[in-house]
Design a protein around this ligand. Structure first.
Ligand code: MLT
Length: 338
């Protein structure tokens, strides 16, 4: 090869190397905090999201999940994402409510009565409004929804069927006023505690019980430290995938599009995952030695006490009684009268 040809080939190689290096610099590996363990509903949504997101960016960008609250308590991850030091987080909706109170409408007891209710609310206009509110109030954007099922009550002390049975049982709840007030309406003072501390507190008997869905009880191995389950249905657990708005605004438009699309598709996957896995997981908890009881009298007293005491107290923070009525009527239920 003549000198000029060699020079051109070397220059071409240098340009290619430079472009590759430039590509590498813009490629990102996003961090995703996950409150729950491997095998949880949060993990299933996160895994699907990562797979879709990476495929949609042609493998240029990646995301890595950090399970079991490795990146901090669920509520701390909202703060981290708000200031842009964390990219993504998957966490229970009740741990977002303190930062954006209107989201509390999804935590009010006995509002969401099925997976279908949860899908309808989160994927429709009401869900979009709550996405906008969370963005405004907390600086994080909800891009996906995990559906985890009803939060059942577990404890290590005794079978609980009636509200009287709750007497003397110390129950951990998230640091969420609505949930604290719900237990108060049932006659006990619960113990607010971060999720990341809950397993140890149950193990060391600092608290006797807690509530979370079957999928969470199973993936967190609560059957090792809890015996009794009461199949209450007061909150249907919804666990959003949030992205830091600061990080989102820093992304190119096509990457933003990949995040939004992957979030929507992962949401549909989450609903199917719950439909397909919940019954078997419940069976496995029985096989592992847990005892599952139904609340007495079709849960009537639990429902009546909670809705009467808690709903009116939160009308203002969720945006007025009309907001609750919009939710109820959209689910084909009767509105409440003030
Ligand atoms: C909580 O109880 O704080 C949450 O539901 C935990 C979770 O994210 O599963």
């Amino acid at each position: 090869m003549k000198f000029a040809g060699k020079l051109a080939a070397t220059a071409g190689l240098a340009v290619a190397l430079f472009l590759n290096a430039a590509e590498d610099v813009s490629a990102k590996n996003f961090k995703m905090a996950v409150g729950d363990a491997h095998g949880s509903a949060q993990h299933a949504l996160g895994e699907k999201f990562v797979e879709l997101f990476e495929a949609k960016t042609g493998g240029k960008h990646t995301a890595k999940m950090f399970l079991n609250g490795q990146l901090g308590s669920e509520q701390d991850t909202v703060n981290e994402a708000a200031i842009g030091t964390l990219d993504f987080s998957i966490l229970a909706i009740n741990n977002i409510t303190p930062f954006s109170p209107t989201v509390g409408v999804f935590t009010l007891p006995y509002v969401i009565l099925s997976l279908e209710d949860a899908e309808k609310l989160t994927q429709g206009e009401i869900g979009q409004e709550l996405v906008d509110n969370t963005l405004r109030d907390a600086g994080v954007r909800i891009v996906g929804w995990t559906y985890t099922g009803f939060r059942v009550l577990t404890n290590s002390k005794k079978p609980i069927k009636t509200l009287e049975d709750l007497d003397g049982v110390v129950v951990r709840v998230p640091k969420n006023e609505i949930m604290i007030d719900t237990y108060k309406s049932w006659g006990i003072n619960p113990t607010p505690m971060a999720w990341s501390e809950t397993f140890t507190a149950l193990q060391q008997k600092v608290v006797d019980g807690q509530d979370n869905p079957y999928l969470t009880v199973h993936s967190m191995k609560f059957y090792e430290v809890q015996k009794y389950v009461t199949a209450i249905r007061y909150i249907f657990s919804i666990e959003p995938l949030i992205v830091s708005e600061a990080v989102f605004q820093d992304m190119d438009e096509d990457v933003q599009k990949a995040v939004i699309e992957a979030g929507k598709e992962a949401t549909l996957h989450s609903a199917n995952h719950l439909r397909e896995s919940e019954a078997a997981i419940r069976e496995d908890l029985l096989a592992k030695g847990m005892q599952i009881d139904e609340p007495a009298d079709g849960e009537k007293e639990w429902i009546e006490k909670a809705t009467t005491a808690v709903w009116p107290k939160y009308y203002d923070s969720i945006g007025g009684v009309d907001k609750l009525n919009t939710v109820l009527t959209s689910l084909g239920r009767d509105p409440v009268k003030e």
